[in-house]
Design a protein around this ligand. Structure first.
Ligand code: ADP
Ligand code: MG
Length: 246
């Protein structure tokens, strides 16, 4: 059996904000269907790294390839990559003046030129998938944080992405709502979605991660299978980090 080629590949990536170097020599590959969990202290560059993958940030050196597209200045390519890559943020970023179903259909209608009935069918399918079909006609403010985040996941899935990026999707939630969102993410992982998740939910990481990435001060310090990472991290930095959060 030959391994699939990487669907995401970062080679020697550097990123600066003014004089400040946020990423240094990042080398990172994700294969189709792989689930990668990225962790590390606050300010270590986790968000910056995953934001570079869908060009919310521009890298300054090295190369980033996503689904065969080399990320450069070509806006056509950037649009193509954005269609391939869904992203879920800590803040749900739903449109407050649109219903849940309208939040889900606006992308398919505007970007994919789908007709309204087809978009609504798609929206309801993914609302079912995250177990809140009964919330279709409510407004975001009428939902709990956990429900809003599941709508945000469903909204991304409506664009039928090949890759899903998550940036601390449960950090803004009350504790009792975290598990319902993680459960939706586990189900997505089990469906075969390629996922890169920045999270400190190590129970989730143990359940779904094929690979753990630990970052510190803008560098990837350690990449290991979860079994190894949790029981015998190679670096002192990772061991100290795990001691603090576990
Ligand atoms: P993490 O997600 O691991 O907490 P970030 O990727 O958000 O870390 O940030 C990495 C570093 O880059 C931090 O020192 C942060 O202050 C800095 N940084 C992030 N975004 C910006 C920005 N837009 N302008 C200036 N500095 C930034
Ligand atoms: Mg972050």
């Amino acid at each position: 059996m030959t391994a699939a080629p990487p669907i995401i590949e970062l080679c020697h990536v550097d990123k600066y904000f003014g004089p400040f170097q946020a990423l240094t020599d990042i080398n990172f590959a994700v294969r189709q269907g792989e689930r990668v969990v990225v962790c590390g202290p606050s300010g270590s560059g986790k968000s910056t790294m995953i934001r570079c993958i869908n060009r919310l940030e521009e890298h300054d050196a090295g190369t980033i390839t996503v689904d065969g597209i080399l990320l450069g200045d070509d806006t056509k390519d950037i649009r193509a990559v954005r269609q391939d890559v869904g992203m879920v943020f800590q803040q749900f970023n739903l449109f407050p003046h649109l219903t849940v179903l309208e939040n889900l259909t606006i992308g398919p209608i505007r970007v994919r030129k789908m007709d309204k009935a087809a978009a609504e069918a798609l929206g309801r399918k993914y609302l079912d998938r995250v177990h809140i079909p009964e919330q279709a006609d409510k407004f975001p403010s009428q939902l709990s944080g956990g429900q809003q985040q599941r709508v945000a996941i469903a909204r991304s899935l409506c664009m039928e992405p090949k890759i899903m990026l998550f940036d601390e999707p449960t950090s803004a939630l009350d504790p009792e709502m975290i598990s319902e969102v993680l459960e939706a993410m586990v189900e997505l992982a089990n469906s075969g979605m390629t996922m890169v998740c920045v999270t400190h939910e190590m129970g989730f990481a143990r359940r779904v991660a094929d690979k753990m990435v630990f970052m510190e001060a803008g560098r990837i310090v350690e990449t290991a299978p979860p079994g190894e990472f949790f029981t015998a991290p190679k670096s002192d930095r990772a061991r100290m980090f795990l001691d603090q959060i576990l």
